[in-house]
Design a protein around this ligand. Structure first.
Ligand SMILES: [Zn+2]
Ligand SMILES: [Zn+2]
Length: 265
């Protein structure tokens, strides 16, 4: 199987997993890039996975479903075009011989879910692509989604759940926000050598017009301030920036870090 990000809009990726005959797409905000890729590869659409209700993730769902009949999987608690198999934590999406674990990751939206494909003999069809996670707008490379509907405590718990996946998990985020995120990360942790190295690597990829994604979870743990808000370096920087008291709870530190990023130029 191969995994490709289909660019859409200004900075979205519609992830496509395909085996040469059939394809799965994730968060098709626009149907056109998917129809084009299906035609180019002479592929049948086997399933549509949706992480959350935002239009840039769902805008192409109805047209793709109508044209191909591909089943739609989506979050149990959000408005997704029908018909849609509604999934929440502990459920599985089974398609093309693959079994995705559904993880609830509220924060960006209230019912946001992620799809984790474990490296497991059951998922042998994925070859060395597993483990991988489709995390929508929850975890970005070097950053995390904005809190539109959830609380900082929810987002922190969601990121903790993603951070607990195996280190070699490929992180398939929906937006190419990496360089902007890394500029912020450097302001938070100017002495982080892994971050400096990753930034150079990401800048080189973008200079060649290539995607920085998927990222690898073990790298995110070393460079992403939103997975590192309990690390002394990050926590100290947030305390100093936001003027938090020494007793601030970890959710307050995380909330202040997210606010700092919202205001960062
Ligand atoms: Zn979103
Ligand atoms: Zn989005």
């Amino acid at each position: 199987m191969t995994l490709v990000p289909l660019p859409a809009f200004a900075d979205n990726y519609i992830w496509m997993l395909q085996d040469g005959r059939n394809a799965i797409v994730v968060d098709p905000g626009d149907a056109k890039p998917v129809f084009d890729a299906l035609e180019r590869g002479n592929l049948q659409l086997a399933a549509i996975l949706v992480t959350h209700h935002h239009a840039d993730h769902t805008g192409g769902v109805a047209a793709l479903h109508e044209a191909t009949g591909a089943p739609v999987f989506g979050p149990a608690r959000e408005r997704i075009p029908e018909p849609c198999a509604r999934l929440s934590h502990g459920d599985h999406a089974e398609v093309l011989g693959l079994r995705f674990d559904v993880i609830d990751v509220p924060g960006h939206t209230a019912g946001h879910i992620a799809y984790f494909l474990p490296a497991d003999p059951r998922n042998a069809a994925a070859g060395d692509l597993a483990p991988l996670v489709f995390c929508g707008d929850t975890l970005f490379s070097g950053g995390c989604g904005r809190l539109f509907e959830g609380t900082p405590a929810q987002m922190l718990a969601s990121l903790d759940a993603l951070a607990a996946l195996p280190g070699k998990t490929r992180v398939c985020c929906t937006h190419e926000y990496t360089l902007a995120n890394l500029r912020f990360a450097r302001a938070v942790e100017p002495g982080n050598a892994d971050l400096a190295q990753y930034m150079m690597q990401s800048e080189a990829l973008r200079a060649r017009g290539e995607s920085t994604l998927p990222s690898q979870l073990s790298t995110e743990r070393l460079i992403n301030p939103f997975l590192r808000s309990r690390e002394a370096t990050v926590s100290r920087a947030v305390h100093a920036h936001a003027g938090l008291s020494a007793q601030a709870a970890e959710t307050e530190v995380f909330a202040a870090l997210r606010q700092w990023k919202n205001d960062f130029r």
